[in-house]
Design a protein around this ligand. Structure first.
Ligand code: PEP
Length: 250
């Protein structure tokens, strides 16, 4: 049976105490899940949540990281600091970083290479805006984000990368791509990967869908052949909305 990778992005929500409480609840409720599950609290809660998830089936993720190992970079958090806390995964190129903080493909690629160098699992987020989709630019936008995001990644390292397809217009809006539309983009991403790394590597790639995933649409999305998991924002903030997504097939 296929294992799905469900990740929760808590964004800029929750104090340390709230994060610890949610993580504890998830550990107790997801103890026997067969899926791969990751939670990404705010930087401020990483150390405390790390203690909660240590030795459990829950992976610890960060929502971003700086592009340098260390130095004079006020306000940034480095890969070495994340490693030090036991972080295993890092979300890179989230649309909120691309659009609100002007992160471009070159910067995201720099971070991705650094994450790989230090043994973190990067989740590379890609996605088009509604304007780009309506202008017929979907494939060129996604193709560029995938190709430029992965520049310099060899085939062995690719196996440690996750891609999340998150149409910008579906994030936090309650709008979801239809499972068929999402699957078509995932298939296109595999085609791009196939051109870069060969068909076997493209097929083996884990590609998550993100954008208003909820308990009531998870099963249908995960039922599509090219969707291997979900990156969940809003619904990951409460056990009663996140756990049923992880358990969608149950
Ligand atoms: C996200 O932030 O990656 C996301 C998909 O958010 P939401 O599930 O709230 O749309």
């Amino acid at each position: 049976m296929k294992q799905f990778y469900i990740a929760g992005n808590w964004k800029m929500h929750k104090t340390v105490a709230e994060s610890v409480a949610l993580a504890r609840d998830l550990v107790s409720k997801l103890g026997s899940t067969r899926q791969k599950v990751m939670i990404a609290p705010a930087f401020t809660a990483l150390a405390s949540v790390a203690e909660v998830v240590k030795g459990t089936q829950l992976r610890l993720g960060a929502q971003n990281m700086g592009p340098e190992e260390q130095g004079a970079h006020t306000g940034e958090v480095s890969v070495l600091m994340l490693k030090d806390l036991g972080v295993q995964t890092v979300i890179l190129g989230h649309s909120e970083r691309r659009h609100s903080y002007r992160e471009d493909d070159a910067l995201i690629n720099k971070k991705l290479l650094l994450a790989l160098k230090h043994g973190l699992e990067p989740i590379l987020c890609v996605g088009e805006t509604l304007e780009e989709r309506e202008a017929g630019k979907l494939e060129s936008v996604i193709g560029t984000q995938v190709r430029d995001g992965l520049k310099g990644v060899d085939a062995a390292a690719l196996a440690r990368v996750i891609i999340a397809y998150e149409p910008v217009w579906a994030i936090g809006t309650g709008k979801t791509a239809t499972p068929q539309d999402a699957d078509a983009v995932h298939l296109y991403i595999r085609k791009v990967l196939g051109g870069l790394y060969g068909e076997a590597a493209a097929k083996a790639m884990v590609i998550q869908y993100g954008g208003s995933v909820k308990a009531d649409n998870a099963a249908e999305l995960m039922g599509m052949p090219n969707i291997d998991g979900a990156l969940v924002g809003g619904a990951s903030l409460k056990p009663e909305t996140f756990v049923p997504i992880v358990d969608f097939s149950a």
